[in-house]
Design a protein around this ligand. Sequence first.
Ligand code: ADP
Ligand code: MG
Length: 288
Amino acid sequence: MSYLTIKDLTVRLKNGAPLLRKVSLSVNAGEVRALVGESGAGKSMIGKAVLGILPRAAQLTGGEILLDGEDLLTLPPKQRRAKIGAKVALIPQDPLTALNPSRRVGPQITDRLVDILGWKRKEAEDRAVELLDEVHIQSPDRVMKSYPHELSGGMRQRILIASAFAAEPKLIIADEPTTALDVTVQKQILKLIREMQERHDTALLFVTHDLGVVSKISQSLTVLYAGKVIEETDVRTFFAAPKHAYSKALLAATPKYTDPDGSLMPVPDNIISAVEQEVAAFDAQLTE
Ligand SMILES: Nc1ncnc2c1ncn2[C@@H]1O[C@H](COP(=O)(O)OP(=O)(O)O)[C@@H](O)[C@H]1O
Ligand SMILES: [Mg+2]
């Protein structure tokens, strides 16, 4: 059963330039789907559209975003915000900017429980300690009283993971959640996200520019280029035989997808020209 279904989502800049071109993708309940693409492809924009936090410069001009079968875009704003707040959570790319530097960690986790579930502060505090324990943080009581700058990047990301899962959302969007971390920490955080996703049986949209992590975390993937879906398949099929020339090049450019230290190589120019032409032809069709 699909929990998140995006159909023909189109987002444009105010001047009409398309950022997302009729994007369709779905994430089943309890499934992990990777959303893959180079920087600027529109991965974060998709996440923002689902969360209802598109930047001011961008406009949603078409399509549907169904959450549990209900189109978010036709809901009145207040109901939409309430539904998203209760059902969807974000694990952000940069754990430092996502935490308020001037507040202790504890209240930043308990806020969600108090605001979304209407829990009492004390109940929420007990649950926050449990959650910190769940994300393998030692001495959670002490960490609750810490300020973000007193903690390492990995610790801060663990806290944001705990916070994302706190109110038992049905869908988590993880937007390049390990990009800002050291390689060794990346592996631990990836493992933790997978572990939490399984335990809580949450649907997960895992955004990444790195095909190397895809095989470790997800069952299916969607490849995006210039805001257009290029390929959409299950992970096994993709790694055995990617269909699109761009996907093949992307895979070939990933040194060894078992080697987390390998850095990405560029996709060859001729492949980029071909995919650019394909996108232009798609745009021309849209405006006909
Ligand atoms: N606040 C913004 N205002 C205008 N354009 C934006 C804004 N944020 C992102 N974009 C543009 O939208 C496109 C997609 O960006 P983004 O979703 O952040 O890419 P990704 O997450 O795949 O790296 C890019 O071309 C980017 O320049
Ligand atoms: Mg991004």
